[in-house]
Design a protein around this ligand. Structure first.
Ligand code: CA
Length: 417
C-alpha cells in the first residue's frame, strides 16, 4: 500500500509517524479545555469532540469523544471502529469534500498536552520473547536451565497493576524495596540500585469476554483494538529477592509507561508477519490461523541529564515467540473474563544480537559489562536524571506507521515516611 495523501501537508512527509495511513487515537488538552479524544495527523491533532459537537460525526446516541478516554468508542465494537476509520479517511484525504468544515478543528500538536488514551481496566504482563527469556534465564539459572520447561508450550504471564500505568512523559520515582545481595545474610530496605527498562509492545483489548467463555486465536485477534509502546520499568534487585515462587510483585508494580497514541490494528494490517518457527508443536488451542505479529522496528534511547539522547538498542516486534492474540487466547482459556481496556504487555523484545537487547539487564549482562555512551559515561542500570525513551514504527513504501515515543525521566527515590 502506498502513502495515502492528505490535505494536511505535514501528514505527507515520509518521516512523519502520523500519515493518513496511521490515524492513531489519543487524549489531549489545550488552552485550559478539558481532556478529550483526538486523532494524530501529521503535526496536528484532530479534535474529535469538536467534530462530534459540530455533528460532523456521530457514532452512537451518546457522545463518545468528549471524554478523556477511548473506552466508550471501543465498547461500540469492531464494525464501529471500521466506520470511524472510514469516516476519518473521508475527512482527511487529499480531495476531501468536507475539508473546509474539518480544518477549523485541527490543533497543532506542539500546543497540546497528551494524557492517558484509555482507562486501563487491568494490566497483564507476559514473558514471551525468546531471546529475552533465554538471556535472563542464563543469567539467573545457567544456560542449561535458561528456558523453564513450560516456556515453549504457553505464554507465561503475571497479573500486574493497572493503577500505576502512566502516559509517556510522566516522571518515574525510583522505587524503594526489600533487597538482599546474594552474599548478605539478611535483606535490607532502601532505594533500588538496579533500575531497568523493558522494551515491550502493549496490546489493548477492545472487546470483552464473558467469564467462563474461552476464545480462539482468530477471535482474540479480532478483539484487539490497537497497540502502544510499553516500558515495563523493573527493579532488578527487588525482583531477584521476591520473585520465587509467585513471580514479580513490587519489582514491577511501581510504574509502567505507555506511549500516548493507540495505533489501531487496522493501521498495522499491511505489516502482518508470522511468529518464528515453533520448536515444539503448540497445543491446538494456541495455534495461529494466519500471521498474527507485526513488523515494527523498535529502538531504545537513553538521555542522561544534560546530554543528547542516543540509541542503545534496536530490535523488532517480529522477534516475539507468541503473538498478542495467542496471549489473549491463553489468558481467557481458563474462563478468565477479559474487559474492554485490558492492557497486555508483550514481554521484553530482544533480538539475537547484543545490540538488539530490550533491557539494560541484558545489555550490561547483569552489570558485568557496562555499556559506554558517546560522551564516555557508562551505564549498567539507570541513574537518577536519566530519561529512557522507546520509539517504533512500521516502515511502508514511502511512509511510516509510527508510535511516537514512550519516555520517562527517573527521579530520586522518596524518603520512607
Ligand atoms: Ca515485562
Amino acid at each position: 500500500m502506498p502513502l495515502m495523501k492528505s490535505w494536511v501537508a505535514s501528514a505527507n512527509d515520509p518521516e512523519t509517524h502520523f500519515p493518513l495511513n496511521n490515524l492513531p487515537y489519543g487524549v489531549f488538552s489545550n488552552n485550559g479545555h478539558d481532556a478529550r479524544c483526538g486523532v494524530a495527523i501529521g503535526n496536528q491533532v484532530l479534535d474529535m469532540a469538536a467534530l462530534e459537537t459540530a455533528e460532523l460525526i456521530r457514532l452512537s446516541n451518546a457522545p463518545v469523544f468528549d471524554l478523556p478516554y477511548w473506552n466508550d468508542l471501543m465498547e461500540l465494537g469492531p464494525e464501529t471502529w471500521q466506520a470511524l476509520r472510514e469516516r476519518l479517511h473521508e475527512f482527511l484525504r487529499e480531495d476531501a469534500p468536507e475539508r473546509a468544515q474539518v480544518a477549523p478543528h485541527l490543533v497543532p500538536m506542539a500546543d497540546v498536552t497528551l494524557h492517558m488514551p484509555l482507562v486501563v481496566s487491568e494490566y497483564t504482563d507476559f514473558y514471551a520473547g525468546r531471546h529475552h527469556a533465554t538471556n535472563v534465564g542464563t543469567m539467573f539459572r545457567g544456560a542449561e536451565n535458561a528456558l523453564p520447561p513450560n516456556w515453549l508450550h504457553l505464554p507465561i504471564g503475571y497479573n500486574g497493576r493497572a493503577s500505576t500505568v502512566v502516559v509517556s512523559g510522566t516522571e518515574i520515582r525510583r522505587p524503594l524495596g526489600q533487597i538482599k545481595a546474594p552474599e548478605a545474610e539478611n535483606p535490607s530496605f532502601g532505594a533500588c540500585e538496579r533500575l531497568d527498562i523493558e522494551l515491550e509492545m502493549g496490546a489493548i483489548v477492545g472487546v470483552s469476554t464473558q467469564m467462563g467463555q474461552p476464545v480462539t486465536v482468530a477471535q482474540a485477534d479480532q478483539m484487539i483494538f490497537g497497540y502502544v509502546l510499553l516500558n515495563d520499568w523493573s527493579a532488578r534487585d527487588i525482583q531477584a529477592w521476591e520473585y520465587q515462587p509467585l513471580g514479580p510483585f513490587q519489582a514491577k508494580a511501581f510504574a509502567t509507561s505507555i506511549s500516548p497514541w493507540i495505533v489501531t490494528k487496522a493501521a498495522l494490517e499491511p505489516f502482518r508477519t508470522t511468529t518464528p518457527e515453533r520448536e515444539r508443536e503448540l497445543l491446538p488451542y494456541l495455534k495461529e490461523p494466519g500471521p498474527m505479529l507485526f513488523d515494527i522496528d523498535l529502538a531504545v534511547l537513553i538521555e542522561p541529564q544534560g546530554a543528547a539522547p542516543e540509541v542503545i538498542a534496536r530490535t523488532n516486534y517480529n522477534q516475539m515467540y507468541y503473538s498478542a492474540a495467542q496471549q489473549l487466547t491463553h489468558h481467557a482459556s481458563s474462563g478468565c473474563a477479559m474487559n474492554t481496556g485490558d492492557l497486555l504487555g508483550s514481554g521484553t523484545i530482544s533480538g539475537p544480537e547484543k545490540d538488539q537487547r530490550g533491557s539494560l539487564l541484558e545489555l550490561s549482562w547483569g552489570g558485568k559489562e557496562p555499556i559506554t555512551l558517546q560522551d564516555g559515561q557508562t551505564r549498567s542500570f539507570i541513574e537518577d536524571g536519566d530519561t529512557m525513551i522507546l520509539t517504533g514504527h512500521a516502515q511502508g513504501n514511502g511512509y511510516k506507521v509510527g508510535f511516537g515515543t514512550c519516555s520517562g525521566k527517573v527521579v530520586p527515590a522518596p524518603s520512607f515516611p
